[in-house]
Design a protein around this ligand. Sequence first.
Ligand code: F6P
Length: 465
Amino acid sequence: MPRLVIVSNRVALPRQTSTGGLGSAMHAATREQGGLWFGWSGKLAEHSGAVLHRQQHEQVDYVTMDLSRTDHDQYYAGFANRALWPLFHYRAGLVEYRRANMEGYLRVNELFADRLLPLLQPDDTIWVHDYHLIPLGALLRQRGVANRIGFFLHTPLPAAGLLIALPRHQELLGSLASYHLVGLHTERDQRALDDYFLHEAGARRLADGRLQDAAGACFRTRAFPISIDTGKVARQAERASRGLKIRQLRDSLGTRALVIGVDRLDYSKGLPERFKAYGRLLDRQAGLRKQVSFLQIAPHSRDTVPEYRQLRHQLERSAGHINGRYAEPDWTPISYVNRSFPHQLLTGYYRVARVGLVTPLRDGMNLVAKEYIASQDALDPGVLVLSRFAGAAQELDSALLVNPSDTEEVTEALETALSMPLQERQRRWRPMYEHLCRYDVNYWCKDFLDTLRQQPTGAIAPATV
Ligand code: F6P
């Protein structure tokens, strides 16, 4: 089987705790066939890419490079996370476009291409991930790479009308045509991309369903909803629930119901709206006070981006306000924790929680929703309250689906969840769990890679970026 080469901004190095879904998904992909995983080391150095750090673990070579402060600030913090991230999450008002940042983004993508090139073998299958590296495929083609290359976008993709607001969008998004296969989480995201190519980029649809851009490059787009290692998560949760920490949590809760939220601290996750809905619940239902506790775990992320720092302050105020208003000497309504926890322990928390509250304003998929379902005890499952705007809502449709901006709707869903009888909890949980058992992360990887390997090679124009 050809070697798999994964390229992503972050690399989940062996023995490193990873919070992201990409880590577990890629470990699953490389476990069987071996390969190479290339990306940023997560560290800064005086010069970008001056040294390649290498380590090997279970048939996989991990190769990473450092970035200079300027490259980090322009490529990662500046363009990827202040222009593309808000735009792709439908937050045009937060887009901060600077030409220097886009130049830095292209420069770092060039560097990725230059450093990766000597590591490639002719029959490698290359899989590029996420919005940090959109032009990489085209840059590899310019350097003569004819291998099968696939791309997967881990964020949502908004409608073409929003995408064209990005300066030089033709250059950036048009470069996607250099891949053989472009995967997105949902059909809605795929439709947005197709629509962009067909109506804004002069592409046409071929008889076999692929798109052909104006320069003649042919590529396929398709939805591949990412998933989790369902069996592993279920086993972890079961094991964790017997551990000391979870027993202590159960003891401290007594008869109180736990509501849990676990998110990277990001404005796309709808945390201020979520806190507001929980505050409204305590306001409306005095009888629920002291009967419920809300644990929100939100590790800080992207601290160099100003919008994230503002959000931190906003949430600290909001949690303080709720606790100041409703807390009793023997009850804290909301525990707001900004650090990450070992994955196994998290699955134990999910299992204890009567409600999983997952209410992003927009999310590509949201694997917390899937892990919450996988972690439940079949005899006494909890209830998932899930935003309609998380990709996961397309599959987890027997969750209580809400519009996160509608405070009343979220509050009512919390009330419904907290009083839901066992039978209904089981009736809702069972099909979601079975779905996740069938469509797990291994299915996702195999489906993407099989589809990529089926794509005809050749006829890829050496696109310009
Ligand atoms: O959701 C997109 C994503 O790139 C995930 O793949 C990843 O878990 C997360 O964002 C992490 O973001 P960052 O690398 O900026 O900390």
